[in-house]
Design a protein around this ligand. Structure first.
Ligand SMILES: *Cc1c(COP(=O)(O)O)cnc(C)c1O
Length: 389
């Protein structure tokens, strides 16, 4: 017997605040990703930047063949907890990082020609396992918010076609692949238009490459995502250039699989305005609510004014803006009530911080077959203390 997350969130065994991953929802996403891999012949790896809850890696690694890291620590986590292929892309590597990564990674992508020149001598050195690639900037993206747009003017990401053409032709000796990452929460029609630019500008280079990594930002597991088109695009790239094609989504792997369960710890009116304080925080536990910004969903709650009681939900930190937003409820909230925020697995968990010394949410999983809640991790004062000195 399995229960709804709303029912499960009421159980005493679920501490608050707590990130709870629903393993059956993760399985549903993995099935879609597996379908894309099977049909297209492309490979999908998990971007640890977006989702790194490693208690789920035994499940994910049955479908995805590896991980990609944006730092040495992420690469080590991929090796230790996920296995399979470990890829790395970093805006700039430091010497000791490169010395470790070249011996343990499958692919290493360099962000600039100067980084490549600095590390080129590692190719074919004893112990080097990595195949090297360059991040290109196709100077085309459909991301409108500048803070998320890797192709904004003067971007520090990737090499433009002009810069590559102006370099000495021998610069590509030792380079096996190209990498671009220009998308964010987008559908495959955006990829199709992006590839037109990639192929027009870099097509001749692709002829000589072994692999192409199309980055992340593919919202493959969203209900309206066109997987057929994605499959066609990957098949085209493989056939036209004889390439191994990789995608490295973070968000799409964990999209709509995790919840943040929180409790009301105070309820009062300020100047007649109803306020509930939760044992969570926008600033510390869901920073994207303030940064993106976006409005999360709460199970059983509606937009302001739709239900009888409209209440502002606030966090526990001293930041005046630590407000999650306004929602309406059938019944007034009271201390002890539990609320469930949806879609809190990706980015929320990896970005969580200890601002104000607030309690870190516990991390757990719900296992449908056995109707069991497994709390993998609870955080203590020592976790807060030990990241400072
Ligand atoms: C952020 C990032 C990803 C993952 O992006 P999602 O939007 O989570 O799919 C993949 N590759 C690179 C280089 C990134 O910077």
């Amino acid at each position: 017997m399995s229960h709804s997350i709303l029912e499960i969130s009421q159980r005493d065994e679920v501490p608050t605040p707590c990130y709870l991953m629903d393993e059956s929802l993760l399985a549903r996403n993995l099935k879609i990703l597996d379908h894309v891999q099977q049909e297209s012949g492309g490979k999908i790896i998990l971007a640890l930047k977006g989702f790194a809850m490693w208690s789920t890696f035994p499940q994910i690694s049955q479908t995805l063949c590896g991980t990609t890291a944006s730092s040495l620590s992420e690469a080590r986590l991929g090796m230790e907890k996920f296995g399979g292929e470990v890829h790395a892309y970093c805006v700039a590597y430091r010497d000791p990082e490169m010395d470790f990564l070249r011996k343990h990674c499958h692919h290493i992508t360099l962000n600039s020609l100067s980084q490549w020149q600095r590390f080129q001598h590692h190719v074919n050195q004893p112990e080097t396992t990595a195949s090297f690639g360059l991040r290109i900037n196709p100077e085309y993206s459909e991301v409108e918010t500048d803070i998320y747009n890797p192709c904004r003017k003067g971007s520090r990401f990737g090499i433009t076609a002009t810069d590559l053409a102006n370099a000495d032709a021998s610069i590509l000796e030792g380079i096996d692949g190209l990498h671009f990452h220009t998308m964010c929460e987008q559908n495959s029609d955006t990829l199709e238009r992006t590839l037109e630019h990639v192929e027009a500008k870099f097509g001749t280079y692709l002829q000589t490459m072994k692999w192409l990594n199309c980055g992340g930002g593919h919202h493959i597991t969203r209900p309206d995502y066109d997987t057929d088109r994605l499959v066609r695009l990957i098949q085209h790239l493989r056939a036209a250039y004889d390439l191994e094609v990789y995608l490295e989504p973070g968000e799409a792997v964990a999209l709509n699989t995790g919840f943040l369960i929180t409790r009301v710890i105070d309820r009062f009116n300020s100047d007649g305005h109803p306020i509930a304080i939760l044992d969570t925080s926008a600033a510390a536990h869901m920073p994207d609510v303030l940064e993106m910004p976006y409005r999360p969903e709460i199970l059983g709650a509606s937009d302001p004014g739709e239900k009888k009681h409209t209440i502002t939900l606030g966090g526990t930190t001293c930041l005046a803006g630590d407000v999650i937003g306004d929602w309406s409820f059938d019944e007034d909230l009271k201390v002890g009530d539990r609320l469930v925020f949806t879609d809190m697995a990706h980015y929320s968990m990896v970005k969580t911080n200890h601002f104000n010394g607030v309690d870190h949410p516990a991390i757990g999983r719900y296992h449908h077959q056995t109707d069991e809640v497994i709390i993998d991790r609870q955080f203590t004062y020592e976790d807060y203390r030990d990241r400072l000195s």
